[in-house]
Write a protein that binds this ligand. Structure first.
Ligand code: GLP
Length: 259
């Protein structure tokens, strides 16, 4: 695992954006051989998405041959609901870049058979040969996507009941709308994330410091599903200084490779 330490959240976004740009450029994707990117919603990647849009507008990156798979989606929210991850992705990234509509994949939280929807999503990922780079955030309790504390680290995509992650992170988003935060969601499994060639997790702010501690220094433990990253041969955590506050190994600064 590589831990990339950046002074601030702005630099986290910049580092991550440049990394994605480099990865896509090195891969030299084509229509027949697209680059497959896993993407999160949430507040963490907002600055990253804004930076990717800028890089696209400057002609430095193209998404013409990029295929995306989002990590998760609420169950039962209409696709055009302002709090759906589908709307979030359109507003914060997809509407502003040159990605073809058919290259975008987001779990359908209104599918009649949710388990079948998750299985089909897994098959679709496999049909592209897997994810080249899975980007994610992390919850304060160390959950990744909607894999709550106690979720099997071996699972592939599945319906989830993310009651705990709604508490600190997501519920405030719903206070401004008449809708209640949905109790159910669909999520890629930890196993699916671990199957990606590379995983890059972004963490910023002191609220994420416990999660970063458990990811980097804790035991692999289903109570902190982010800790499964330790099993991945190419995992990166990109974090700001506040997110390192709970790290016990004080030489940790020597581990970072910014730039
Ligand atoms: C939710 C989402 C995750 C996200 C996490 C952290 O649980 N399902 O995909 O990573 O929250 O969100 P934020 O980035 O807003 O802190």
């Amino acid at each position: 695992m590589r831990l990339i330490l950046c002074p601030t959240a702005v630099e986290v976004a910049e580092w991550a954006a440049q990394y994605i740009l480099r990865r896509i450029a090195d891969f030299a994707p084509t229509g027949d051989r697209p680059f497959v990117l896993g993407l999160p919603a949430g507040s963490t990647p907002l600055k990253l998405y804004a930076r990717l849009i800028e890089l696209y507008q400057q002609g430095k990156i193209s998404f013409q041959h990029v295929v995306t798979f989002n990590m998760d989606e609420y169950v039962g929210l209409p696709q055009n609901h302002p709090q759906s991850y589908c709307v979030y992705m359109r507003q914060n990234l997809l509407n502003h870049i040159d990605i073809p509509a058919q290259n975008v994949h987001i779990l359908d939280g209104n599918a009649p058979d949710l388990a079948a929807e998750c299985a089909a999503y897994e098959d679709k990922i496999k049909s592209f040969g897997g994810v080249n780079l899975f980007i994610g955030g992390v919850g304060e309790d160390g959950h990744i996507a909607f894999n709550e504390p106690g979720t099997s680290l071996a699972l592939s995509n599945a319906p989830a009941s993310p009651e705990r992650s709604h508490a600190p992170g997501q519920r405030p988003l719903f206070l401004t709308t008449p809708a209640r935060c949905p109790p159910h969601a669909l999520t890629v499994g930890v196993g699916t994330i671990l199957d990606a060639q590379e995983v890059m997790i972004l963490a910023q702010g002191a609220a994420k410091a416990q999660a970063v501690h458990h990811a980097v220094e804790g035991c692999i433990n289903h109570l902190w599903t982010i800790s499964a990253l330790q099993l991945h041969p190419n995992a990166l955590i990109v974090c700001d200084e506040d997110a390192t506050l709970e790290l016990k190994v004080k030489t940790v600064r020597g581990l970072g490779e910014p730039g």
